[in-house]
Design a protein. Sequence first.
Length: 134
Amino acid sequence: MNLSRRRKLSSHVETSSMNDIMFFLMLFFLIVSTMVNPNVIKLMLPNARSGKQAMKQPITISVDAAGTYFLDRTPITPTELEPELARRIAGLESPTAVLRVDASLNVQKLVDILEIGNRLKIKMVMATQAQQGK
């Protein structure tokens, strides 16, 4: 009598680590998809013989401790500031102004200049000085 048992071969694949891999892949694709800008249009741009770039010179508006206004180192009265700025930015695509206001002045002079820049649609950048000793 043949009483030997037949051994059944079974193939089994461990998939417990697949859950971790799928989770990390899902996180990766979610993060990457938020970084991609969908508004980008791929273009082949034409070549130019000269590699020069047009440098934009910002307009400098300064107010010293005495309250004197300067437009690119030229003294100017506060009432003349807006028309002179409008004249200088005429024809510029994206005008930029650097504000240099003395720290001892009150904030109102700075706000007045910012309002003028807002009316004329000028990008305003405030110049600051790094703190010493930090």
